[in-house]
Design a protein around this ligand. Sequence first.
Ligand code: ZN
Length: 305
Amino acid sequence: MEIIKLKPAYSEKLWGGSKLKELGFDIPNGKKIGEAWTISAHENGMSYLSEGKFAGLSLKEVFDNHRESFGNYTGMYPMLTKIITANDYLSVQVHPDDEYALKKHNELGKPESWYILDCPENAQLIYGHNAKSKDELSTMIENGQWDKLLKNVDIKKGDFLFVDAGKIHAITPGVTVIELQRSSDVTYRLYDYDRLEADGKPRRLDLEDSINCTTVPDSDDVIVRNANKEVFNSDFFSIYILDATIENTFKISESASWLQLSVVDGSGTINGIDFKTGESAITMNGIEDIKVTGNLKVYISWIRK
Ligand code: ZN
């Protein structure tokens, strides 16, 4: 097993800021950066291998041309990891499932998940809705009854939320998450607080697609408080949080071909290699136990074989 660090792509956003600097990211000065795409093989923001014999190549290039190093996985790179720091409200949005996204955009659907790295006291996220039927959903959207329609949920640092395709959601100011999602960039915006683009025009909304894709009635909440160790398993991705101050070894319990490693707190070593907050890596050529020292917290993710 090799562990290869990656260089992220940065994404400028209206609601971005400079907080990623505090998490160790070398972001360009003077830009409102909202997202670091830390493990990505998506065209809209590619990660690059920063070491090993493929140093300088994109994750997509290496994945597509060296399937033998990834258990001969077929299909496009399935996951996308981002660190998101919100300086303002993100648009209220919903994502399609595979069926809708493949048909309309030739992209995968976009279930996603958030692990809260930082948030203000008494923070809330928008997570789900109160409409009982599609008609009621359309009416509430048309009439701008956002307070009535949108559900809020209290969050604290260390909480985990799964945001299935079809679930309305939004991140709020001051919140930092590591987001693991299916590799897709299809977002339908249903409300944007009436903000304008830099050119003064209202921001694009996707009301029809939003209504089509929203699960009604709302899907069940999937929230894990104080997430640690085995956090989440699904067909889209699985997550384990290894906290070196609690335990020092991770043994995978299901069959997978490679791991994604993201250090979300502290510093120390992973299988003898120095790591610090903000750094991410993938494994290639098999999976071995992950052994850590120091005080770091590693967010480990993979897709089931
Ligand atoms: Zn989203």
